[in-house]
Ligand binder design. Structure first.
Ligand code: PMP
Length: 444
């Protein structure tokens, strides 16, 4: 990226390109999160309202990225903005507790039968890490199992095999545990057991080989990087049965998927996870995470017990700004709002399938609830290995993404999107048109 920009004289660069040059002097890659990178430079936001966002060079986009699925009511929702502004004037962080933390915990726990007790943290990464540590503390075991390719944040154990590729992923009967960060301790890799998605027979065979050592099985019911395909009922049931039988915990990562149903994606299945990690949407636009679940499991974090099995703290955990924004946003996201948003997304997916059919380009759409992903593949993938794209496929997807951005639509880099309650028929019609013109361009 730098090379591309270097060739141009400074005065010919857009303001965004100039900013990116500055950013690279002080931040590796010129940013603090890789997800915002685009060629030839990231887009620098000026302001946003509802589902529209403007950059500092005057371009306007319909925002289907929603800060990586974290915004459920779009940008600067007036009720949330008002509530947060009022709290800001009263202080933003204390070494005291606040009532709003209790109210928000009560509210979230009331949304799903599995959420009996809860603690707040500051990110999805922290929520998943806390769930894993709680599972180890509760069971006294050290291994965890996770789905190949699934993203669960940056914790060493949670990220294993997130970026596995055909050269290192091994056979599907025995997927290898592949490190993401260089220098990941070998012990981490031997303590993470990788299972294939939606393949209960193979998954159980693999788990059985480590039956007495697994503290918990971590699963995202709609894993984005695995293809945004819902976990099948038999897969989830098999994991529930296996964990119960083997004194291990079932952990749901609902950092994104909590938005898919009023009580999270878990309420679609006839099972109760022992622990749930949450984040993104529940912060109402502010950094957040939460770990929740079975009361006796959550007791491992109780500092009033004689033995505190998992001591747990965080300077900004449950800060009143996040609590206020989150509680306000979640109250607005009531059963009616969830149903309406999911119905709008279903309409969008139908329209996208029509656009694909008209274009004649081999492509398909996956997703559930208020999330969708466009794949430049003729058939809906079944797992991470099917979803995995090669150099040529990546180039086509980038061309499609560039077409979306050039036509005023912001998306997540995998050609995935999420809706917020700020979107309406007008915006999804525009999205469908731009997909059709983009596919036609690809076909040429
Ligand atoms: N789990 C899932 C399923 C996620 O999608 C993400 C973030 N993309 C995380 C965990 C980590 O959340 P955060 O970025 O807030 O640390």
């Amino acid at each position: 990226m730098t090379a591309k920009l270097k060739g141009q004289a400074n005065q010919t660069l857009s303001r965004q390109a100039q900013l990116y040059q500055r950013a690279q002097q002080v931040m590796p890659g010129g940013c603090s999160r890789n997800t915002i990178l685009r060629e030839p430079h990231p887009i620098y936001a000026k302001s946003a309202s509802g589902c529209y966002i403007q950059d500092i060079d005057g371009n306007r986009y319909i925002d289907f990225a929603n800060n990586m699925a974290a915004l459920i009511h779009g940008h600067a929702h007036p009720v949330i903005t008002e509530a947060v502004s009022a709290q800001l004037r009263k202080g933003s962080a204390f070494t005291f507790a606040t009532e709003v933390e209790i109210e928000f915990a009560e509210h979230l726990c009331s949304r799903s039968y599995s959420l009996e007790n809860l603690r707040f943290v500051n990110s999805g990464t922290e929520a998943v890490m806390s769930a894993i540590k709680a599972a180890r503390a509760y069971t006294g075991k050290s291994k965890i199992a996770k789905v190949e390719g699934a993203y669960h944040g940056l914790y060493d154990y949670a990220e294993v095999s997130q970026t596995a590729n055909p050269s290192n992923w091994g056979g599907s009967d025995n997927p290898h545990s592949i490190a993401v960060a260089h220098g990941t301790p070998r012990g981490v890799l031997s303590d993470v057991i990788v299972i294939p998605f939606n393949d209960p027979a193979r998954a159980i065979q693999i788990l059985d080989r480590h039956a007495s050592d697994i503290a918990g099985v971590l699963v995202d019911p709609l894993p984005h990087r695995v293809g945004l395909i819902p976990a099948s009922e038999p897969f989830i049931q098999a994991l529930r049965d296996w964990t119960t039988k083997n004194a291990s915990l079932l952990m749901f990562d609902e950092v994104i998927t909590f938005r898919t149903e009023y009580g999270g994606a878990q309420t679609r299945y006839g099972v109760k996870p022992d622990l749930t990690a949450m984040g993104k949407m529940i912060g109402g636009g502010f950094p957040v995470g939460a770990i929740a679940g079975n009361k006796s499991v959550m007791q491992v974090m109780n500092p009033l017990n004689d033995a505190v099995l998992f001591p747990h703290s965080g300077t900004f955990s449950a800060n009143p700004i996040t609590m206020t924004a989150g509680l306000t946003a979640m109250r607005l996201f009531d059963r009616h709002a969830v149903a309406q948003l999911n119905a709008l997304t279903a309409t969008l997916k139908e329209q996208l399938n029509q656009a694909i059919a008209i274009s004649g380009v081999p492509a398909c759409v996956t997703g559930e609830g208020s999330m969708f992903r466009v794949h430049l593949k003729p058939q809906v993938p079944n797992n991470y290995r099917d979803t995995y794209t090669t150099g040529e496929e990546n180039a086509r997807r980038t061309a499609l993404l560039d077409h979306f951005f050039a036509n005023g639509i912001a998306l997540i880099n995998t050609c995935s999107g999420t809706l917020s309650t700020a979107h309406g028929q007008k915006e999804i019609d525009r999205f469908s048109e731009v997909l059709l013109s983009g596919l036609r361009k690809l076909a040429q």
